[in-house]
Design a binder for this molecule. Sequence first.
Ligand code: HEM
Length: 391
Amino acid sequence: MTPAGRADPFPLYTAAHELGPVSAFADGSFLVCGYAAADEVLRDPGFGLAEPVSPNSRQDALQLMNQSMLRANPPDHGRMRSLISKVFTPRRVADLRPAIEAAVNNLLDQLAQATSKGPADFMNQVAFPLPVTVICELLGVPPSDHRRFRPLAADLTEALEPSGNTSARADAAARQLAAYFAPLISDRRASPSNDLVGALVAARDADNGRLTDQELLANLILLLVAGFETTTNLLGNGLAILLDRPDLTTALRTEQIPIPAFIEEVLRYDSPVQAVTRQARADGLTVEGVPIPKGSDLILLIGAANRDPARYPDPDRFEPTRSDIKPLSFGSGPHICIGNKLARLEAAVAFQELLTRLPNMSAVPGRPPLRRDRLILRGFQTLPIQITQRP
Ligand code: HEM
């Protein structure tokens, strides 16, 4: 939990693996770093999300997230997730491809222009704006409002960190987002539309009682924020690897390595989400033979599980040609990321176009990338790039 540990947690993960897949802390909680162990906890219905310490918390950001499916247990989780899955379908994601391509091309035009004058920041030019543009398109938020969401979504993601407290900024963001979405929901009810907000309002109203108004609002806001900084980090973490490894750029451009395999290995090697938490909710649970008493809190280090030497040989090597890459970066079990196909599609389109349009990208000497100082969401704050002219 030190700045150095957050900047480079991987030596600590190696040390954790040496202790075993599941370790007990002195306070009675558990650290799970083994791949099989983390997967087991995520799938076993005996484990769930901790009940909020104070369900009527006055912290708006926490209260909002606690009403969404991300923090819900059965039966509420299944009730919310099944309704949302009815409208957030693989078909809807596939239909977004033209909009994603248009957004990527527009951002790359701007990046090409910026880099023609000197170094530019990939995070600011592409990795931050792309996911927020795509999510707004999915939800049906008018383009003129996209810019407003970036700072609000960034502030609200603080409620996804495990501190149990949120800042006044995160709470203000929660209130502003709620104030934005409430009239949008009423508007879609009055004039139905085919975007996700419209489809969800229609599905909810057709199935009255399965989703409260407050839950509808909380889940719409969750969809906005959950897919934003996570996908930003996938794009940034992937590009940072490419800047370090020009041989990979060539292999990807010549299709020796398929782009989807590269993306899976980025997810494994430098997971945008490093950890999730669970609580033991039943008696008599064990994980890999370790007894876990009811009520115990668990930290599942999915960033470490992805580098478990028992699952991946030579885990600290970036190797997109390795077989059977199945990172836990999107979780596993009933809460597995509902947006995983969308995130993968955005990354595939972005890297494909980047490699085609800006093959001569390189890092900027003297201006190293800067990590964000976050524990759970791992990514870059700035990632300077330049275009090296061919001789
Ligand atoms: C690279 C990008 C992404 C990563 C690494 C990621 C990661 C995750 C993880 C680890 C979980 C499980 C949390 C848990 O088990 O406690 C999750 C859940 C979720 N994600 Fe993502 N996510 C990404 C992109 C997206 C996108 C694009 C969307 C929406 C459009 C999205 C929406 C959600 C939602 C709604 C949940 C809650 C599902 C549930 O609780 O049933 N995510 N994500």
